[in-house]
Design a binder for this molecule. Structure first.
Ligand SMILES: *Cc1c(COP(=O)(O)O)cnc(C)c1O
Length: 244
């Protein structure tokens, strides 16, 4: 398929969903007094086939997100002609980092020093430069410094040191910070804490301007708190098929 046939029902469905999501983003930016150009929509295509990625490219999507290397690598290979930016957004094992470094343009889920080393080595081996975001755990009770949050993410007290480590790693450039709002809580205070951390990181690293926050259910709250990257899956592609 070429992906942009106007009479393909799946393309029509994706197009309608995208229009609705883009309208939500415009309304949220207007409410926050922010230019819409500040916000990048990353469409999270995990569990959906490469043909859907091709359809999305035909609908002017420029950025896609995946969370598992085993799934992302073949989809990237099948879509290499589309000129998309690939965002890796999932928890990442150190032994997979070198492989992810071959195709990801941005890794949003950097949450520990060993992963920084592995991504740096992988980027150098692949002759690539990766943008890396420090994932922050936003749980109200984040546990002890040095531990990760339940869905990954560095303890807030570890974020500045980890940002410094990324900034000093060859093959990596520090993009900024990323977070997932805690399940079942009002996302606004969590995103406000993320905004404070993003500002603290930017004070030391002025190029680290990315704030990756907001998904299908909470993108308005994320835009209100300064998000520059929204990771939206369900609202564009529909409910994910259940995995095994
Ligand atoms: C799946 C996923 C998303 C997208 O979530 P939706 O609710 O489907 O929009 C965003 N961020 C991360 C880290 C994810 O794993």
């Amino acid at each position: 398929m070429t992906g942009a046939e106007p009479d393909d029902p799946r393309s029509a469905e994706l197009g309608a969903n995208l229009a609705a999501v883009r309208a939500r983003i415009e309304a949220a930016c207007a409410a926050a007094g922010r230019p819409v150009q500040e916000v990048t929509l990353v469409v999270v295509t995990k569990t959906w086939p490469a043909d859907d990625i091709r359809r999305l490219a035909g609908l002017a999507v420029t950025d896609v997100g995946e969370n598992r290397d085993q799934e992302a690598a073949p989809k990237h290979a099948a879509c290499a002609d589309l000129g998309l930016r690939w965002h890796f957004i999932g928890q990442l094992q150190t032994n997979k980092a070198g492989h992810v470094a071959r195709y990801a343009d941005v890794v949003h889920s950097v949450d520990r020093p060993r992963l920084v080393d592995a991504l740096s080595r992988g980027a150098l081996a692949a002759g690539r430069q990766l943008r890396a975001l420090v994932q922050v755990a936003l749980d109200p009770d984040p546990g002890q410094p040095g531990t990760l949050g339940p869905r990954g993410g560095a303890h807030p007290d570890d974020v500045l040191a980890l940002a410094d480590t990324v900034a000093g790693a060859p093959g990596l450039e520090l993009g900024g910070v990323m977070a997932v709002a805690p399940v079942g809580e009002d996302p606004a205070p969590a995103f406000a804490r993320l905004a404070e951390m993003a500002a603290a990181v930017r004070t030391r690293h002025p190029g680290a301007t990315d704030v990756s926050a907001g998904m299908s259910g909470d993108l308005e709250a994320a835009v209100a708190c300064g998000a520059t990257h929204l990771r939206v899956g369900t609202a564009v592609l529909g409910s994910r098929p259940r995995l095994g």
